[in-house]
Design a protein around this ligand. Structure first.
Ligand code: ATP
Length: 241
């Protein structure tokens, strides 16, 4: 396994009076795509938010590129190179695709070579460059949200359930784009519920249940073991969704 870019050790987090994360242990290897799976309410989104400093960490530690970022404020975490695409995507519907990307490039004008790289990853963004983002399809909006996150170089990309509500053909386009990001050794932590999408892309996998990671290993191992899938994810034998 590659060296870790991010390590969560015994991470606990509360939302208001509720204890949501009960000691999350998670390793994200550098240059790989790691999938965080688990049923609804297992704590996947809360784990991403806690990494970004958006949810109150009450115990344990988060180490990123050798630094303890557990108590860092969110802007400092973002500046250190972690990009976050929340489930709500955070794009501006009334602004054009171009304007959405211009606003995301906070350090200065967009880099032309990087923009070309983004167009290669997500061709619809070039096609709809001057269209309001609100008129894009669900999959294209997701592409724009990811493009905003990587319009400037980032070391780690956190993406929360990009396939949610998307048609199968669009999910396939999105998987192709993630394949390309993977080929370029971008470190990615992907929260997902769609097991077929996850197994196609994931190298490492962690499964959460009730606020903790209950399994971690290679995706190849989980992908081959239907009993383990049934036990951890409640997937019917041979019935992958
Ligand atoms: N704002 C909140 N107030 C109270 N409880 C919350 C809040 N947000 C999340 N929770 C609870 O925290 C737990 C974990 O939620 P989380 O969204 O992290 O789960 P998840 O694994 O991402 O699931 P999903 O796929 O449904 O988003 C759930 O029991 C949820 O009800």
């Amino acid at each position: 396994m590659a060296e870790p870019i991010l390590t969560l050790s015994g991470v606990k987090a509360d939302i208001e009076q509720y204890h949501i994360l009960h000691g999350v242990d998670l390793v994200v290897p550098r240059g790989e795509l790691t999938v965080l799976l688990g049923r609804n309410g297992a704590g996947k989104s809360t784990s991403l938010r806690t990494i970004m400093g958006l949810t109150n960490l009450t115990g344990g530690s988060i180490t990123y590129q050798g630094q303890d970022i557990s108590r860092w404020p969110t802007p400092k975490i973002a500046r250190a190179g972690i990009a976050f695409v929340p489930e709500s995507m955070g794009i501006f519907g009334l602004l054009t695709v171009r304007e959405n990307l211009v606003l995301a490039a906070v350090s200065g004008p967009m880099d032309e070579a990087r923009l070309q790289w983004i167009f290669d990853l997500f061709p619809p963004l070039k096609k709809f460059w001057d269209k309001p983002a609100g008129t894009l399809s669900g999959g294209q909006k997701q592409m724009l949200a990811i493009a905003r996150a990587v319009i400037e170089p980032r070391d780690l990309l956190l993406v929360d359930e990009p396939t949610k509500g998307l048609a199968p053909a669009i999910i396939n386009d999105l998987a192709d784009a993630f394949e390309q990001l993977k080929e370029q050794q971008v470190s990615i932590l992907l929260v997902e519920q769609n097991f077929n999408f996850s197994r196609r892309l994931g190298q490492s996998v962690a499964v959460m249940n009730d606020g903790a990671v209950v399994h971690s290993g290679t995706m190849a191992e989980l992908s081959e073991n239907e009993e383990l899938q049934q036990e951890l994810l409640g997937l019917g034998l041979g019935a992958h969704q």
